[in-house]
Design a protein around this ligand. Sequence first.
Ligand code: ADP
Length: 479
Amino acid sequence: MKSLRSLIRQSSLLLMAGLLLVFSVLTYIGGDALLHRFVDGRLLALAETLAKIVEQYPNIIERSGEDGARTAELNRSKKEQYELQDVTHSLRVFSPDGRVVWNAPKALAQQPVPDHVFKQVRQGVPVFETSETTDGSPVRHVFISIPRQGQMQYVLQAETSLLLYQETRNGLVLLLALGSGVILLVAWVGSGWLAKQVLTPIEVLSTGAETMSEADLGKRFTLDSPYQEFRRLTQAFNSVMDRFQRSGEIQRRFCDIAAHEMKTPLTILQGNLDVALMKARTSEEYREALINNLEQVGRLIALTRSLLTLANFTSGKPPVHLVPLALEPMIQDLVDELTLLADDRRITLSFESQSAPPILGDAQWLKQALINLLDNALHYTPSGGAVTVRLQAVGEGVAVAVEDTGHGIEPEHLPHLFERFYRTDWARAKDAGGTGLGLPIVKEIAEAHGGSISVTSQVDKGSVFTLRLPAISRQTIPA
Ligand code: ADP
């Protein structure tokens, strides 16, 4: 597995080496070009000065030879003499036909001049050439014409050694190499420091997370880092811990309540069995005890079924299979099925439907949600009351409202109705049959369809539970 530390160090070193290489190559090319320009410019200036002197005093050439040149020097200005000293040892003068007419004895290059040079010089263009002396030293030449009355009289060749240029260039290379080495060393050390700054807080968090046990869920990390990114990371880490702790507490509470809810029917069951077995009973008495127990078993089964349903919905992917669905016939069937029960309780059950668009839904689960709502409405509405189901299009979806004229719910209970095992005191006092899981299941089903459930209620007037589902066209299918 790769380590981030070596990635940071290698990347910064490679990046720096790349940048230095580009910088060094550009500096070398630019420096070399400037040096060349400098050498050539100086050589040309000297050649032109000398050419002017020869042009003005042609007898220097005519006297020929080193002595002649030296005699002529005596009559020059100081500056001219200085320049002449500098160049006469590296000077040759040719006639237009290529014959050497003046040759400084110390001239470095003695080889003949190629024809093309004369051709170009004749056109008035100075020609630069580089060659080597017999001992291998590089020499730079310039050839220029010395005119007389508009005609080329002589060709002047001035030369200068390139040894100094070579030394300067080698010095530049050495300087670049040394500078690059030092910068790379600094980059290596600096990237180590940077890696330490970046990774230490991460290591602290990792070690903390690795050594954390369930008992430490209440602990929070404090990171002494001046950088906002690490503070954010610590905050994010701590908020994950918050969520873990909260969900752990919810889980524990849920288990406590579930165990408590199961304990009640189990205790009743045990009590009934104890009483039945205390002495010999008639078959009628045994029958009565069994019927009593059957009721408690039924309650336990209902509770277990609801718990399993909730567990299904909360374990990652909700168990819904969404298909295009028209709600109206489904609700009509359901109302028809429950009419007998409503009649039995002398409650008027009716269905009012406006045209509503189809939805993407799971008929089985939506039916379950409506059964839970209708079951509550019929349960908490006294005889002579009415329960009405209304289907209508609302905005970009549909709304199914289950309305009753029952006892109603006190406002303080409304925010908690969809919590697991929540039951109002009034409902608890009324009967021990409920589980407090019907509405949480409705909420899970609604959310699995991308919808919602809400409630409004007035004490002694009744309640309205409204299930909202998005219409098929704009539906976002839950993953
Ligand atoms: P259960 O009905 O099994 O107790 P639910 O989750 O379905 O559980 O309902 C939770 C509580 O909400 C009920 O105990 C009751 O107090 C209240 N409730 C639900 N529906 C109605 C209603 N139509 N009228 C009055 N109270 C209701």
